[in-house]
Write a protein that binds this ligand. Structure first.
Ligand code: ATP
Length: 377
């Protein structure tokens, strides 16, 4: 059993504080993915877990045992890097067998373990080849196989698929998911790829500037981000944001849905109003930001082609249309505030750059953030 408990981990490089006190529990067998902007400390945190970096403060426990001072090789973990880090002069078999050999494992046991891992990764035909004779995807399989044979309780992955082309990434992503299901080991994974994070993770940890912004199941983060940063970071394209203020009174009129909901009305800088369910608890005049995912934006043509009316939606103009096959992204600019809105539509062929449009969305899909950027629900 090997869950992870990270407590108060701080790390500086020179004068620069990189990790600002990380507290995180990862359950045994859980698949946790770290995401965040470049330089936010994802790899440093991963390297601290595996012991390649020593924290200035705080502790890392694995399987309930404090490992903060234990060398990497004795932590019961295996790390798979973006660069594969295979030994070029050894065959695939020798690369996979190396750690077991060092540990004095009997030759027959090594053979059984290497063959079992090679079978599960479908690389048995490659066992006698050298790394330079392999494709990127095959090398990455060998790197993963080398980790598997050690039967680690925890796998750490640092952007393992980022050197692969798009098709191979998809294939390896599915294989990693299957591997996790089979091995049931704890896995911690760093990536820049939103789709990898969403599809692989039991829970995603969003880091920013060496601090945890939010931890949660992928869809929980996507549907209920705690703040503007997480809302803007999770999802591609990024969530649309529109500035506004709480309107005095409850004189909703203008932007639908006003679907009977009795609640706070937000006057948008872009024109129009949005009536949200109650309980946001903000006073009249309070500045807010409204968030809306591209798939929830409804774009309609104004009846008279004008963009100055406030009834029926936020007046906007189409800027660009990206036709992506079965759907399109329509990029719009609001007429009065100049804010941008991206809409995902089933077919973008109806829209042309320069065309007037009205933007609306059902009340339930608007996200409300206060002036501090915190979600108000
Ligand atoms: N050994 C080191 N010495 C000095 N600074 C370092 C060292 N390792 C990392 N850093 C700095 O620490 C910060 C965090 O780096 P880290 O690699 O953890 O970020 P990251 O979130 O993984 O970034 P990326 O997504 O770009 O890989 C960066 O500013 C980086 O330059």
């Amino acid at each position: 059993m090997a869950g992870l408990q990270i407590r108060g981990v701080r790390k500086r490089f020179g004068d620069t504080a990189i990790l600002h006190g990380i507290d995180l529990d990862i359950a045994d067998g859980e698949f946790v993915v770290f995401v965040g902007p470049s330089g936010c400390g994802k790899s440093t945190l991963l390297r601290t877990i595996c012991g390649l970096e020593e924290p200035d403060e705080g502790t890392v426990a694995i399987g309930g045992r404090d490992m903060t001072q234990v060398p990497p090789a004795q932590r019961g973990i295996a790390m798979v890097f973006q660069s594969y880090a295979l030994y070029p002069h050894m065959t695939v078999y020798e690369n996979m067998a190396f750690a077991l050999k060092l540990a004095g494992t009997p030759r027959d046991t090594i053979r059984d373990k290497v063959l079992a891992a090679a079978t599960s990764l479908r690389i048995e035909p490659l066992l006698e080849r050298k790394p330079k004779e392999l494709s990127g995807g095959q090398r990455q399989r060998v790197a993963i196989g080398r980790a598997i044979v050690r039967h680690p309780e925890v796998f750490l992955f640092d952007e393992p698929l980022s050197n692969l082309d798009a098709a191979l990434r998809v294939q390896m992503r599915i294989e990693l998911k299957n591997l996790h299901r089979t091995l049931r080991s704890t896995m911690v994974y760093v990536t820049h790829d939103q789709v990898e994070a969403m599809t692989l993770a039991d829970r995603i940890v969003v880091l920013r500037g060496g601090k945890i912004e939010q931890v949660g199941a992928p869809l929980a983060l996507y549907n209920r981000p705690d703040n503007l940063f997480v809302a803007g970071f999770m999802g591609s394209p990024a969530m649309n944001f529109l500035r506004g203020a709480v309107a005095p009174g409850d004189d909703a009129g203008g932007v639908p849905p006003a679907d009977g909901a009795d609640g706070g009305t937000i006057a948008l800088a872009a024109g129009g109003r949005v009536t949200l369910p109650p309980a946001a608890g903000l006073p009249a005049g309070a500045p807010v930001t409204l968030g809306l995912r591209a798939e929830h934006v409804v774009v309609t043509a104004p009846r008279d082609g004008a963009v100055d009316g406030t009834a029926g939606g936020i007046p906007a103009r189409v800027q660009t249309v990206e036709l992506l096959g079965d759907f399109s992204y329509v990029h719009l600019q609001t007429a009065s505030s100049g804010e941008t809105v991206v809409a995902r539509t089933a077919s973008g062929i109806d829209w042309q750059p320069g065309q007037a449009a009205l933007v609306t969305a059902p009340a339930a899909h608007w996200h409300l953030f206060d002036a501090d950027g915190n979600a108000r629900r």
